[in-house]
Design a protein around this ligand. Structure first.
Ligand code: SAM
Ligand code: DTB
Ligand code: SF4
Length: 328
């Protein structure tokens, strides 16, 4: 059932099926390939904020927009490892460090990120980074430092990309994804809905992801957080059925991937989030902030887990270590 030769027609048929049928089908796939009721808990930290040279129309961290986000240079090692410890104590298993960079450069800041990766790894968390575009050598260096996954989103379809970003191409993004894969890192790649794209654009994005030789191990589905000062200021919030459609289709096309209900959760009720979990989402970001925008607070998420009977998923890292111990 894991296939990577999906046609656009096949995806269209799934995506446009009646929403309750779609949820049911997503839930069936979820049950078959994933532990239902288990949700991966990830924490984000913006280690370098704002002042970015890119023009991504959705992003509060682009230097060219006046969004009120204060630019901060790269955080120091102790602070980052401290935040990782807090995340672990709060029940998180994955820690993702984000930097508002166009691409990684071989300079002392990258050396410092490499140390952070080592430090967070030593805390016992799965380490993820999202630092912009990467060369194969840089991906390799991150891997050697103990990085587990790299996040690099395609955001939308190739056709719609130019409407949203002009300072890089879709091809640039795909090249980084290949470099990440070649280094043996786990690929985290998804998109954003609510950027003014059509259903066709969403279907094409899913098609690009689901026809990769290897499906991404995680697929974040973000709802646009419309930020004042960006070109996408004042855009309507996407409705929950659109999130559900995207999540269920991703689950059906890529049954083994972790499908992450990412940005947009702060505006969603428990009931709406429950629909997303039912449709096949099994990962979230917790903690009061995403990178620069608010996220549900710790207590609200705790209550939601309790109410819906959800359990935090054990980390891959812990699973692997356990297996090794049994073998040894
Ligand atoms: N600069 C790096 C890059 O662009 O790859 C890493 C950080 S960037 C902020 C990570 C991702 O956050 C983007 O690719 C985009 O998918 C998501 N993102 C940024 N702003 C967003 C917003 N306002 N709403 C939803 N998702 C957003
Ligand atoms: C992803 O797909 N979503 C996260 C993470 N990967 C890096 C980022 C969401 C950012 C939302 C806007 C902000 O908080 O700045
Ligand atoms: Fe920069 Fe990343 Fe924001 Fe684009 S999404 S402006 S590359 S931080």
């Amino acid at each position: 059932m894991i296939k990577n030769d999906w046609s656009l027609e096949e995806i269209k048929e799934i995506y446009f099926s009646p929403v309750l049928e779609l949820i049911l089908r997503g839930a069936e796939m979820h049950k078959q390939y994933q532990a239902t009721g288990e949700v991966q808990v990830c924490t984000l930290l913006s280690v370098k904020t704002g002042g970015c040279s890119e023009d991504c129309a959705y992003c509060p961290q682009a230097a060219r927009y006046n969004t009120g986000v204060e630019a901060h240079k790269l955080m120091n090692y102790e602070e980052v490892v401290g935040k990782a410890l807090d995340a672990k104590n709060g029940g998180s298993t994955r820690f993702c460090m984000g930097a508002a960079w166009r691409n990684v450069r071989d300079n002392s800041d990258f050396d410092r990120v490499i140390d952070m990766v080592k430090g967070v790894n030593a805390v016992g968390l799965e380490v993820c980074c999202t630092l912009g575009m990467l060369t194969e050598q840089q991906a390799q260096r991150l891997k050697e430092a103990g990085l587990y996954a790299y996040n690099h989103n395609l955001d939308t379809s190739d056709e719609h990309y130019g409407e949203i970003i002009s300072t890089r191409t879709y091809k640039d993004r795909l090249e980084t994804l290949d470099n990440v894969e070649k280094a043996g890192l786990s690929v985290c790649c998804g998109g954003i809905i609510g950027l003014g794209e059509t259903d066709d654009d969403r279907i094409k994005l899913l098609h690009t992801l689901a026809t990769r030789e290897q499906h991404p191990e995680s697929v974040p589905v973000n709802a646009l957080v419309s930020v004042k000062g960006t070109p996408l200021e004042g855009r309507d919030r996407v409705n929950v059925w659109e999130m559900v459609r995207m999540i269920a289709t991703a689950r059906i096309l890529m049954p083994k991937a972790m499908v992450r209900l990412s940005a947009g959760r702060n505006e969603m009720s428990f009931e709406q989030q429950a629909l997303c979990f039912l449709a096949g989402a099994n990962s979230i970001f917790t903690g009061e902030k995403l990178l620069t925008t608010p996220n549900p607070d710790f207590d609200a998420d705790k209550e939601m887990f309790h109410l819906l009977g959800l359990k935090p998923r054990e980390s891959y890292k812990a699973e692997k270590e356990k297996k090794l111990q049994t073998v040894g």
